[in-house]
Design a protein. Structure first.
Length: 347
């Protein structure tokens, strides 16, 4: 449903870039204006795993800012709980509406593949995130190399545990590709560098829900009382693990390193319940997906590849995942947070 509008999107972004950085959710002062220059107004919907949690609230901010900066019609939707079928239905609805592009963070890659193929068959551009094995997209953009992200989590957890002891790992879904790659990277790092550590359960599937994280971690601890570490894939695990450690009085005995946000895990870090979280800014990821959507709609595929600079923090030098996956791009966008630097982040 593209429509013409008088001012170029690039002009709007230039104006936004001139604004004070502190007034912006996403710093666009160096954004790649050439990539998204257009005299069209596109409708771009971002579909997330689950609506109403802090992670995707933050992503919505980036999606909305992109629309405000550029004049495109951008919005975000997601199911009320992590449900693959519900996410598929949202995509079906967007196809029926005739949107120009869909940006998606799949709960289950396998579940959305058929409906994304349908979208592309209708001429809809599809951009994904946290889905490095997906097939039916124009481009997938990752914030970083997933295995390296997981390896760093394991290094942090191992340091807390004295490089020995039992641990467990969580994922939102056993079919959430990126989260499972993080855990793959963590396990590989443990097996390579920390032979005195042992993963004692299968991956705990927690459906991106802090209460489920808490319950499943408590059950695992009951079955394996010697567990000393938790490596968390989904963001809500930071809250579930923090609550469990606080309520059980296990500070200094049960350790955590995983994805989290200061707004969610900050109280547990401040209280010493957990020591380390790792994350990237979902707002920047949402903005980046929408940038690629416009670039693809404008036919700028020759610019999208290794070395592309989006002009967004962490996405200045995108790399391709491999010769056979040139449409999978990743940046270097993660940060690690402890009590010492937590106050630098307001989300």
């Amino acid at each position: 449903m593209k429509t013409h509008f008088i001012s170029l999107a690039v002009a709007a972004v230039t104006a936004a870039g001139a604004a004070q950085a502190q007034d912006q959710v996403v710093d666009t002062s160096n954004v790649n204006q050439e990539l998204i220059q257009t005299d069209e107004s596109y409708s771009i919907a971002t579909v997330v795993k689950v609506d109403g949690i802090a992670w995707f609230d933050r992503m919505r901010d980036g999606v909305q800012q992109f629309g405000e900066d550029t004049g495109h019609d951008t919005w975000m939707v997601g199911p009320s709980s992590a449900d693959a079928a519900a996410q598929v239905q949202l995509v079906e609805n967007l196809i029926a509406q005739g949107v120009d592009a869909i940006a998606i963070v799949p709960f289950s890659v396998e579940a959305v593949e058929p409906v994304l193929q349908k979208a592309r068959d209708r001429g809809i551009v599809v951009i994904s995130h946290e889905a490095s094995n997906i097939q039916n997209v124009d481009y997938d953009i990752e914030a970083f190399d997933n295995l390296a992200y997981g390896a760093k989590l394991m290094d942090e957890l191992a340091a807390q545990m004295g490089e020995s002891g039992q641990y467990v790992a969580t994922v939102g879904s056993l079919t959430s590709k990126s989260q499972n790659e993080w855990i793959d990277g963590a396990i590989a790092r443990q097996e390579e560098a920390y032979p005195d550590m042992e993963m004692v359960t299968e991956r705990l599937e927690t459906y991106d829900d802090a209460n489920t994280d808490y319950t499943k971690l408590k059950e695992a601890l009951t079955a394996h009382p010697d567990i000393a570490g938790i490596v968390g894939g989904p963001m809500p695990t930071s809250a579930g693990a923090g609550r469990l450690i606080a309520e059980s009085g296990l500070q200094g005995q049960l350790h955590f390193a995983g994805t989290g946000l200061p707004s969610v895990a900050g109280e547990y870090i401040a209280n010493g319940d957990i020591e380390y979280i790792q994350f990237w800014d979902p707002a920047v990821a949402g903005y980046a997906m929408n940038m690629l959507a416009v670039a693809a709609l404008e036919g700028r595929d020759d610019q999208i590849g290794a070395g592309l600079n989006l002009g967004l923090e962490g996405y200045e030098d995108l790399q391709e995942a491999g010769e056979d996956r040139q449409n999978v791009l990743y940046g270097a966008g993660w940060v690690g947070v402890t009590s010492e630097n937590m106050d630098q982040y307001n989300f």
